[in-house]
Design a protein around this ligand. Structure first.
Ligand code: ARG
Length: 280
């Protein structure tokens, strides 16, 4: 069988501008309220990310920012959708809890099937979808934010097998800081962020994965958005960009120095919407 590279696909994304972005509390090891944030620069960098995605042909919806929610710019955490069904987020930290309602509203207004969560989970921060493996599998992280009980709940809501992966390094507190889906079948990840058992599971399921080293991971390189061909990633992750190019992808670098101060990069700012496939 000849290997086929997935053709670039038009994607639908949701982003929220950093209008009220600040580092006022520390809920991950990257955040230091003593470090100054340049909100204007954050806004320019965010806008460049948005335009990069639309220039690649993708649709980017914008969720209005709310005052008092300085982390709302990290839109990936607000929900997780597969084939038109949305599993809502339920944030671990009280500072972010009201963000879930804003995302809920967004999906309700557009007629998505939205199932609120009873279990603690941070949406695409800890859930990733690999459509081409076993008819579609969900990879799910736990250890810092999302409760393993939410993995079972996501499986019930979304009807896809969920593979639970234990995160062990607090610097990589969300799955999307250490693992990214590149195309239908392939992922990239940093093994050191996972328990030994989870590393074994990943190696078994994804023998052709692009492996990142700690320099890539610490540069937030894995916090990327891929459309199957173009891989939008943090400009500091030069080593990973080279590895991705060698694997046949097109890296597109963006600078996000300000949002990194909150412990996030490209993927954290971008939720992917997965509508139901058109009926044929
Ligand atoms: N300051 C945010 C938090 O700690 C950053 C979230 C990053 N988002 C992500 N998808 N990893 O919750």
């Amino acid at each position: 069988m000849t290997e086929q590279r997935t053709p670039p696909m038009t994607r639908e994304y949701l982003m929220c501008p950093p209008q009220h972005f600040a580092v006022e509390y520390a809920i991950n090891p990257w955040m230091d309220p003593a470090v100054e944030v340049d909100r204007e620069l954050a806004g320019k960098q965010w806008e460049l990310l948005r335009v990069t995605l639309t220039d690649l042909g993708h649709t980017v919806h914008v969720l209005p920012a709310r005052a008092g929610l300085p982390d709302m710019v990290y839109a990936a955490n607000g929900a997780f959708s597969v084939d038109g069904t949305v599993y809502g987020a339920r944030f671990r930290h009280p500072q972010r809890r009201s963000e879930a309602a804003a995302h809920h509203r967004f999906y309700l207004d557009r007629g998505w099937t939205y199932i609120p969560a009873s279990e603690t989970n941070e949406g695409e921060g800890d859930f990733a979808y690999v459509p081409g493996v076993a008819g579609g599998v969900i990879l799910a992280g736990y250890g810092f934010r999302t409760d393993p009980a939410a993995h079972a709940e996501a499986q019930e809501v979304l009807g896809r097998p969920v593979v639970s992966l234990r995160l062990v390094d607090p610097r990589f507190y969300h799955l999307d800081t250490a693992l990214a889906v590149l195309d239908e079948h392939r992922i990239a990840y940093f093994p050191g962020a996972f328990s030994t058992a989870a590393q074994r599971v990943l190696a078994q399921l994804f023998p052709d994965a692009v492996l990142a080293d700690d320099a890539d991971a610490l540069a937030f390189g894995l916090n990327l958005v891929s459309d199957g061909r173009h891989v939008v990633l943090n400009s500091a992750a030069t080593g990973l960009a080279q590895r991705l190019a060698a694997a046949g992808y097109r890296p597109v670098a963006v600078e996000l120095t300000e949002l990194r101060k909150g412990g996030g990069s490209v993927k954290c700012c971008v939720a992917e919407l997965r509508p139901a496939p058109p009926q044929t």
